[in-house]
Ligand binder design. Sequence first.
Ligand code: GH3
Ligand code: MG
Ligand code: MG
Ligand code: MG
Length: 316
Amino acid sequence: CVIKNQPESINLLIGAVDRALTNGKTTVLLADSDAVSREELAGILRRQRISVCEVASAADALQVLDSGEAIDVVVTDLDLCDMTGAALLAEVRQRQGDEALPVIALSDSGDRRIGAKFLEAGGTDFIQKPFLEAEFNGRIAYAAGIQKRLQTLQRQAASDYLTDIYNRRHFFLTGPRLVEQCLRRGETTAIAILDIDHFKRLNDTYGHEIGDVVLKHVAKRLTTLVGDEHLLARLGGEEFGILFNGFDVQRAFAFCEKLRIELAKSRIVADDEELSITVSIGLATIEAPESFENYLHAADQFLYMAKHAGRNRVIS
Ligand code: GH3
Ligand code: MG
Ligand code: MG
Ligand code: MG
């Protein structure tokens, strides 16, 4: 299990949504300070084709979670060297908030109240040692299954149905946090609204279905060009939002110019027709904490100016 040191802002973007995209494989974070017992549990999990990230302390477990590692289920002994399993549970819950991970505890203490207390504190499940391997596997599989379904729903709630990129809801939910991080680092940043020119005309000429193909094409090109460093979403209709991760307005402007030129260059093939489009971009700088709607409104006003100045241009 490798702890990746990703910058904070990247962790934000690779949130629940992208973790869910890391395929159907289940990864268990296994915390047990007893090496023998840990190896035994890891062996059982691996025989079920589960990836196991093994740690010997609560501190290491939290470090793995903080690193943004894709973890589906936490399995912990209740008696860790540096913390009780219940205290680890509280830390996990505090960090994860609504997207709480399943946390399953094990204990060989004969005191049944310990397990009851763990469940009362919000633990997902409790397994008394010694256990039957089939019971252990069944409980892990059940928790992992629920977690996978939750991740799928989170991904669906954050993505746009037509283009499969992030939607407006996700943009508004994560945008303010990204802005706050940039400003806290002492960086200015920028927000862009990109709108396809004369899209109504394209729909009227070629039909709505070809319009949809064009939207998907633009979303795909933007995904490639923008990458995952910045936040990209379809805000609605033929409008896309880009929240830059700490770009000053000059850099953001140059980036938007590149997007504009690249999109104008691309040939879109749909139903034997070869189409091309242009886009207008309004770009606003973000220097001081204001409401997220204000930043977007400013970008929208620049977009309006770009349209009135003749389209196919960036205005900031
Ligand atoms: P402008 O250059 O000023 O932006 O002109 P425009 O025609 O692009 O802008 P307008 O806002 O007048 O029209 C946007 C059109 O986008 C109207 C609407 O039918 C179309 N549209 C919105 N959502 C979708 C969609 O999901 N699929 C398709 N095919 N068209 C859509
Ligand atoms: Mg319009
Ligand atoms: Mg338009
Ligand atoms: Mg529009």
